[in-house]
Design a protein around this ligand. Structure first.
Ligand code: 5AD
Ligand code: SF4
Length: 423
C-alpha cells in the first residue's frame, strides 16, 4: 500500500516539476513514507530521520518530510523531535507541492486531515518500469480490529470508480504492464454504485485475457461466494488469496473484533478450496495478543496445520496507543511472545517446504519477472499462485509466459527447467 502511495506522491510532485533521485546527496527534499502498524516500523523511521539529519548536517536547507501513517499519528510531535519540515498524512498528498514549496522557502507545514472521499482517482501514479503495477482501488478501513491502528491513521473506507480502474489498466497494458495487483486494506468492502469487488475483478480480468490480476487484502468476514466464483471462472484471475486469520482461537478472535470464529474461517477455506482447485492461500498471524494463553497459541498452530498455508506473514503483537487492545495491557511477556512466534514461523517453514516439495515434477506456467536475485544466468518468475520460480536464462523477456518443469524446491523458491514458451 505504501509503495502504491509513494507512486501517487511521486505522480503529484512530478506534475509540479519535481523529479525523483535515488541519491540522497543530490536531493533538495527527502520524504519518508511511513507505516505505524507495529512499533518496530516506527522505530526504523526515527532512526532513519536521525541518520538523515546527521548525514546532511552541512546542508541545513535540505527539506525533510514525513508522510503516511506516522505523520497522521504523531503529527507535530515529529517536528519537535526531529526538526522535520513537513508532515503529511495519507489523505492530504495533494497539498504536497504547496507544502514542499513553502518548506523550500523556510516554513514548516502540516496536512493531516482525513477525508471521506479522497481516492486520488485522477492522479497518474509515477511507476517504475516493469511488468507489475499496483492499483489502489479502495482506501481506509472500517473494521476496527482491536489491535490495529490503520482505521485511525487511514480513516474511513472509500472506493475508486470501477470505470477509472479499468481505464488505468487498459492504459498500463498498452505501456507493457502485464500483472495488476488491486490494493486496499479490505478490498472486499469495495463498492462503486452497486458494483462490488467481484464486479471490479471481473471487469479488470475482461480487459485482456493475457494480463494477470491479483488483489490484496481480503477480510474473511466479507469474502463472498460471488467473489470466489469470479476467481474460479476467470483464467487470468490469479488462484491466490491472502486471507489473514490472525489467530486460531475463537476467544482471541473475538477479543480482536475479527467478527468470525475459527470454525467459520475453516469452513470458508474448505469452500474456497472446493471451488478453486489448486488455489494458494497465505495469511497474517499475530502471536502474543493480550491475554492469549498457551492453549490458545496451540490453537493457532493447529489451525495452521489444518489449513496448510502456502505462506504467512507472522508478527509479534505490538501495542498501539489509541487502539482498544492497548487498554488490555501487554501481558504476554516478551520472551513468551518470541518463543510462540518462533514456533509459528518454524511450523510455517516446514509446511511451505512440504507444499513446494509436492510440486516437484509438475510443469507450471510462469510469468517471467527478470534476472534472479542470485545470478544473471538465471531468470526468476512467478506462478499464478504467487510462487517464485528460478530457471536457466533463455530468450525470454519480462512478462513472457513459459512452462517450467519443477526439479527441486525449498520453502521459499521452486527451481526448474523451461519446457516451452507459452506466448
Ligand atoms: N501488532 C502486530 N501485528 C499487527 N498487525 C496489525 N496490527 C498489529 C499489531 N498491533 C498485523 C496484522 C495485519 C498485518 C498487516 O499487520 O496481522 O493483518
Ligand atoms: Fe487493520 Fe483489521 Fe482493517 Fe486489516 S481489517 S487494516 S487488521 S482494522
Amino acid at each position: 500500500m505504501n509503495l502504491a502511495d509513494t507512486e501517487i506522491v511521486l505522480g503529484i510532485l512530478n506534475k509540479s516539476g519535481y523529479s525523483p533521485t535515488q541519491a540522497i546527496d543530490e536531493a533538495d527534499v527527502v520524504l519518508l513514507n511511513t507505516c505505524s502498524v507495529r512499533e518496530h516500523a516506527e522505530e526504523k523511521i526515527h532512526q532513519r530521520l536521525s541518520v538523515i539529519r546527521k548525514r546532511t548536517s552541512d546542508k541545513p536547507e535540505l527539506v525533510v518530510g514525513v508522510l503516511g501513517c506516522m505523520a497522521e499519528r504523531l503529527r507535530s510531535n515529529l517536528m519537535d523531535r526531529h526538526n522535520v519540515d513537513i508532515v503529511v498524512g495519507p489523505d492530504e498528498y495533494r497539498k504536497l507541492p504547496d507544502l514542499v514549496d513553502g518548506a523550500l522557502a523556510g516554513s514548516q507545514g502540516i496536512g493531516v486531515r482525513l477525508s471521506r472521499t479522497e481516492t486520488y482517482d485522477d492522479i497518474i501514479p509515477f511507476r517504475s518500469e516493469g511488468i507489475s503495477a499496483w492499483l489502489s482501488v479502495m482506501r481506509g478501513c472500517d473494521k476496527f480490529c482491536t489491535f490495529c491502528i490503520v482505521p485511525f491513521t487511514r480513516g474511513r473506507e472509500r472506493s475508486r470508480t470501477l470505470i477509472s480502474v479499468v481505464a488505468e489498466v487498459e492504459q498500463l497494458l498498452e505501456q507493457g504492464f502485464r500483472e495488476f495487483t488491486l490494493l486496499g486494506q479490505n478490498v472486499n468492502s469495495y463498492m462503486d454504485n452497486g458494483r462490488d469487488f467481484a464486479d471490479l475483478l471481473s471487469a479488470v480480468a475482461g480487459v485482456d485475457s493475457k494480463l494477470r490480476v491479483r488483489f490484496t487484502t481480503s477480510h474473511p468476514q466479507d469474502l463472498s461466494d460471488k467473489l470466489i466464483d469470479s476467481i474460479a471462472s476467470h483464467d487470468n484471475l490469479c488462484k491466490y488469496i491472502h486471507l489473514p486469520v490472525q489467530s486460531g482461537s475463537t476467544r482471541v478472535l473475538e477479543a480482536m473484533n475479527r467478527t468470525y470464529t475459527r470454525e467459520h474461517y475453516l469452513q470458508l477455506v474448505r469452500k474456497i478450496r472446493a471451488r478453486i482447485p489448486g488455489v494458494a492461500l497465505s495469511t497474517d498471524i499475530i502471536s502474543g495478543f493480550p491475554t492469549e494463553t498457551e492453549n490458545e497459541h496451540k490453537e493457532t498452530l493447529s489451525l495452521m496445520e489444518e489449513v496448510r498455508y502456502d505462506g504467512a506473514y507472522m508478527f509479534k503483537y505490538s501495542p498501539r496507543e489509541g487502539t482498544p487492545a492497548y487498554r488490555l495491557g501487554d501481558d504476554v511477556p516478551e520472551e513468551v511472545k518470541a518463543r510462540r512466534l518462533g514456533e509459528i514461523i518454524s511450523l510455517q517453514q516446514k509446511v511451505s517446504g512440504e507444499v513446494n516439495q509436492s510440486l516437484v515434477g509438475d510443469s507450471l506456467e510462469v510469468m517471467v519477472d527478470g534476472p534472479s536475485k542470485k545470478s544473471e544466468l538465471q531468470l526468476s518468475g512467478r506462478t499464478d499462485t504467487n510462487k517464485t520460480v528460478v530457471f536457466q536464462a533463455g530468450p525470454y523477456k519480462p512478462g513472457d509466459m513459459v512452462s517450467v518443469k519443477i526439479e527441486r524446491a525449498t520453502s521459499a523458491t521452486l527451481f526448474g527447467k523451461v519446457g516451452c514458451s507459452l506466448n
